[in-house]
Design a protein around this ligand. Structure first.
Ligand SMILES: *[C@@H]1O[C@H](CO)[C@@H](O)[C@H](O)[C@H]1NC(C)=O
Ligand SMILES: *[C@@H]1O[C@H](CO)[C@@H](O)[C@H](O)[C@H]1NC(C)=O
Ligand SMILES: *[C@@H]1O[C@H](CO)[C@@H](O)[C@H](O)[C@H]1NC(C)=O
Ligand SMILES: *[C@@H]1O[C@H](CO)[C@@H](O)[C@H](O)[C@H]1NC(C)=O
Ligand SMILES: *[C@@H]1O[C@H](CO)[C@@H](O)[C@H](O)[C@H]1NC(C)=O
Ligand SMILES: *[C@@H]1O[C@H](CO)[C@@H](O)[C@H](O)[C@H]1NC(C)=O
Ligand SMILES: *[C@@H]1O[C@H](CO)[C@@H](O)[C@H](O)[C@H]1NC(C)=O
Ligand SMILES: *[C@@H]1O[C@H](CO)[C@@H](O)[C@H](O)[C@H]1NC(C)=O
Ligand SMILES: *[C@@H]1O[C@H](CO)[C@@H](O)[C@H](O)[C@H]1NC(C)=O
Length: 823
């Protein structure tokens, strides 16, 4: 009723005199601050009027989004010339110029005169947040005479351009306020620099504070974070050069980017439904973000604690004494003079994961490929480096640098390849010895050779003899299990005696834990390689089945987020699987352990979540087979020395036909707490069963609590129920593990919670595929609103499972269950 009244007031506002909102301003009309008059956009989304920032009394004319709190002004007209009291009046004159008058009728601000002209100009605020003066009545049609988007303040909103109109020479840049109370132009400016290949800079006064960088086809090179819910673009042609972004769903969200008075970047989102603001502040940037922190011809890298500078290959520190402190603003100079002038013997050294150096002395071509690019760099003696211009689809275009390279940095997760020119003498020194290690391992394993006593699989990598040898032993393994194509993998066999020796005759000292189907031992092969040996000694049919399954499946799988099977050995009743050893045991040892969970930062957790998602996507989609793991849980996620997650334990996995969407089993296997309702209750399983398990793991990683065993004090809900309640009560971030509060990225955490809840929804068809989960985690895909999770109340989880507190790599601390469905 009230809102209806408002609309009526709106409609009659002009005529009745005592009403307050118009949707446009025609010639000779005005809005007066004293009368509380404003202009409201046609869709009721934005509003133009007078306001006072923070606690001040001075008045400014601005445009803001209605219905968002706190009041967020996205543009200010008279930012440098405030009104002292509420006597201001905004008018549109006959030339189509907006004028702001004070109580003495003198103009304190006016919009620029347009070269275009016409009869009956009119001013409208648009729903986008743009305030336009144009000819013609319809809000989104007609000739635009003037628009606020051409004169940005401290805020960049969707549809706005940062950059240049080459034809008219108009430059649009974002400039911070002086302070929260003073919208006048402050110290910091974001602008596009047109020298070389255009790039975006943040200036502090006349100094470069931060180089956001050039466009690489996906984003600006120095922005490690993709902007959630937004698609970015960079337009570069003869008429325009600008950076901008659009919302993926403008009805669902309002998003603004703001350059704060202290020069930090702040992005806020409002969900249309709830109107609550989520703020993403680009964190305190590390020192490597400071422009040219390490000087010329060097790379800055940041390990989480401190920055390190490193000279490019072929360069050495300009001032070696300073360099000793690992930080030097003086940079590096070439070690040897290039003899380019005499011969073209120079080569290139490749650096991966780099933020491209300053492109202001660069040259580019959008059609050349990398090879042509290399050649043209080689031909010009002043060319110092080359790279692809656009990293999408394997890379295209060419970017050449012609001077010292400045402001390069290393990103562990982002960045692109760049090729640095070095004299031939430097290339010969040999590259980093990464490949050698791998060779040693393979060779060491192959020494064991083909053993007759073991029933084994061996794929010989030799292209001529590349076929499978198999001896059918007393277990009637079906032949089709072994349709292994010649792939880039080996599965050697091990002699039982070798494994016995490696594990000290399966001594209990080397026992790492007890898995679902037998103990796991740590062993050291004679070449020194550490392995984990899984021993299936039980002779139950079921154990054998799981064993065969595991060998056959995992032998065909290769992915960095799946644990790697090094070989196998079957000898009589003894069945052994030999795996790579994981230095950091399993994920549950970290997240559920009070002291160790402190060691796991948010970045690592996010890395683990994404890694699990990738491994699972490979199982579901990208491997040749389509595999459902069926027993995904935190204790089955192993961590290597670098905390990379690897999915393990394929004893219960099943292959799945490509045309099959769901299967039914009478034998329900899995672990309570990770099983979706349709599977636990009816035995239906599909890829969505794993998605459910993944969702539980995500919520466990975020919260540091086990789904089972967790009971929220107020409502005695399980973890899923608790997460759901916090979500519906609009306080999802309270789920976060208390050990995590420092330096986590709220927006990323929120996204993980959101994705986790989507994955554990009651109905399998509501849960996303793993192929959608990854872009969702990266903020490249819109997230639908989740529905209530399965096992919301937690009532359906009978206390059947013993849970020991030991941490087992390669196995579980909760026994996997098998239940036969009652019929
Ligand atoms: C606006 O006011 C001026 C002077 O007061 C007058 O000459 C003009 O006709 C008016 N224009 C309109 C469209 O009312
Ligand atoms: C304008 O609004 C303020 C606060 O909302 C109110 O105190 C004041 O009386 C209003 N003035 C007029 C002229 O309506
Ligand atoms: C506004 O301030 C001016 C001086 O800056 C003063 O002359 C005028 O009377 C004030 N008007 C109101 C309505 O307070
Ligand atoms: C300002 O202009 C309006 C109308 O144009 C007029 O009524 C008012 O008296 C003027 N005020 C002053 C202080 O000149
Ligand atoms: C560099 O640092 C090391 C220890 O950090 C020190 O022993 C060495 O003398 C230093 N070298 C120079 C040239 O300062
Ligand atoms: C390059 O410099 C190193 C050491 O500074 C020197 O030993 C080497 O001979 C030089 N190579 C060439 C080709 O000048
Ligand atoms: C870019 O490279 C292509 C192929 O080498 C060439 O045909 C084209 O003219 C180049 N464009 C510019 C702008 O140099
Ligand atoms: C090398 O490139 C620079 C910059 O584009 C150019 O000025 C110079 O003429 C080129 N030199 C040769 C030999 O092509
Ligand atoms: C190369 O860069 C240096 C600073 O790094 C600068 O002084 C010099 O003018 C640049 N030369 C050219 C040709 O741009």
């Amino acid at each position: 009723m009230l809102s209806l009244l408002c609309i009526c007031l709106l409609l009659f506002s002009y005529f009745s005199g005592n009403c307050t909102s118009l949707d446009s301003l025609a010639v000779n009309q005005s809005i007066q601050d004293g009368g509380n008059e404003t202009l409201v956009s046609a869709g009721g989304i934005t509003e133009v009027g007078f306001f006072s920032p923070a606690k001040t009394t001075r008045r400014y004319l601005g445009i803001w989004f209605r219905n968002v709190t706190p009041l967020t002004v996205v543009w200010v007209a008279n930012r440098n010339t405030p009104l002292e009291n509420n006597s201001g009046v905004l008018k549109l004159n006959q030339k189509g110029i907006l004028v702001l008058l004070n109580d003495k009728n003198s103009t304190i601000w006016s919009s620029k005169i347009s070269s275009k002209a016409g009869n009956n100009p009119i001013a409208h605020p648009l729903d986008s947040g743009n305030f336009v003066v144009k000819i013609g009545q319809q809000p989104n049609k007609g000739t635009v005479l003037w628009q606020s988007f051409d004169y940005p303040g401290d805020t960049h909103i969707p549809g706005m351009k940062i950059g240049w109109n080459i034809e008219t020479g108009l430059e649009r840049s974002i400039s911070s306020w002086k302070s929260d109370e003073d919208p006048a132009k402050g110290e910091y400016v974001v602008k596009v620099d047109l020298r070389g290949y255009p790039q975006v800079f943040v200036f502090k006064g006349s100094l470069i504070k931060f180089r956001v960088g050039p466009w690489n086809g996906q984003s600006l090179a120095g922005l490690p974070v993709k902007i959630p819910y937004c698609s970015q673009k960079f337009v570069l042609n003869e008429k325009e050069v600008y950076y901008g972004y659009d919302l993926l769903d403008s009805l669902e969200f309002i998003s603004i980017f703001k350059l704060t008075p202290s020069g930090t970047a702040q992005r806020s989102f409002w969900r249309a439904q709830t109107n609550t603001r989520q703020v993403l502040t680009i964190e305190d940037q590390d020192q490597c973000e400071n422009y040219a922190f390490c000087g010329e011809n060097s790379i800055c890298s940041y390990d989480g604690n401190r920055p390190t500078c490193e000279c490019l290959r072929g360069y050495f520190p300009k001032s070696p004494d300073q360099w000793n402190m690992s930080i030097s603003p003086n940079g590096c100079v070439p070690r040897n003079k290039s003899n380019c002038q005499n011969s073209y013997t120079d080569g290139f050294f490749k650096y991966a994961h780099m933020k491209m150096p300053d492109t202001s002395s660069s040259w580019f071509n959008t059609t050349m490929n990398l090879d042509e690019c290399r050649k043209s760099c080689l031909k010009n003696c002043s060319c110092t480096a080359y790279a692809n211009l656009d990293i999408r689809g394997g890379g295209s275009g060419c970017l050449l640098w012609f001077n010292n390279t400045v402001d390069m940095r290393y990103f562990p997760k982002f960045g692109q390849d760049i090729y640095i020119r070095v004299p031939a003498s430097e290339l010969d020194n040999g590259g980093p010895g990464i490949k050698k290690k791998i060779v040693v391992i393979t060779a060491g394993v192959t020494v064991f050779g083909l053993i007759i006593t073991c029933f084994c699989i061996l794929i010989v990598k030799n292209p001529v003899a590349g076929r499978l040898y198999s001896h059918i032993g007393r277990f009637q393994w079906r032949q089709e299990y072994f349709i292994l194509r010649r792939e880039d993998m080996d599965l050697p066999t091990f002699e039982l005696s070798a494994i016995a020796k490696a594990t000290d005759n399966f001594s209990s000292r080397n026992k790492l834990g007890e898995g679902g189907f037998g103990p796991v031992y740590k062993g050291t092969l004679i070449d020194g390689q550490e392995v984990a040996v899984k021993r299936h000694s039980e002779m139950s049919d079921q154990g054998l089945e799981e064993f065969k399954n595991e060998v056959v499946l995992i032998a065909k799988l290769q992915h960095r987020n799946l644990v790697k099977l090094l070989g196998c050995c079957i000898h009589g009743e003894e069945k052994l699987l030999i795996y790579e050893c994981m230095a950091n045991k399993s994920l549950d040892c970290f997240i559920f352990d009070e002291t160790r969970s402190k060691l796991l930062s948010w970045n690592q957790r996010f890395h683990i979540i994404v890694g699990i998602a990738r491994g699972l996507l490979y199982l579901h989609q990208d491997s040749r087979l389509r595999i459902i793991h069926r027993d995904l849980k935190t204790s089955n996620i192993l961590l290597d020395a670098h905390m990379n997650p690897k999915i393990s334990d394929f004893g219960m996995a099943r292959t799945f036909g490509w045309d099959q969407s769901q299967a039914k089993t009478r034998k329900v296997v899995g672990t309570y707490g990770y099983m979706p309702p349709e599977y636990a209750v009816h035995g239906y399983y599909s890829v969505k069963s794993d998605v459910f398990g993944f969702g539980v793991i995500v919520l466990e990683i975020v919260s540091g609590n086990k789904n089972r065993g967790f009971s929220d004090p107020e409502h005695s809900l399980n973890l899923l129920g608790h997460a759901w309640r916090l979500w519906t009560e609009d306080r999802p971030l309270e789920l976060i593990d208390i050990n995590l509060s420092e330096r986590c990225i709220p927006f990323e955490v929120l996204r993980c919670i959101h994705v986790g809840l989507l994955c554990v929804q009651q109905k399998p068809q509501d849960r996303p595929d793993m192929s959608s989960v990854i872009p969702m985690l990266n903020g490249e895909k819109l997230l639908p609103l989740p529905k209530a999770p399965g096992f919301y109340t937690g009532n359906c989880t009978p206390e059947l499972v013993s849970s020991s507190k030991t941490c087992n790599p390669l196995s579980q601390n909760e026994i996997s269950l098998t239940i036969f469905e009652a019929r």
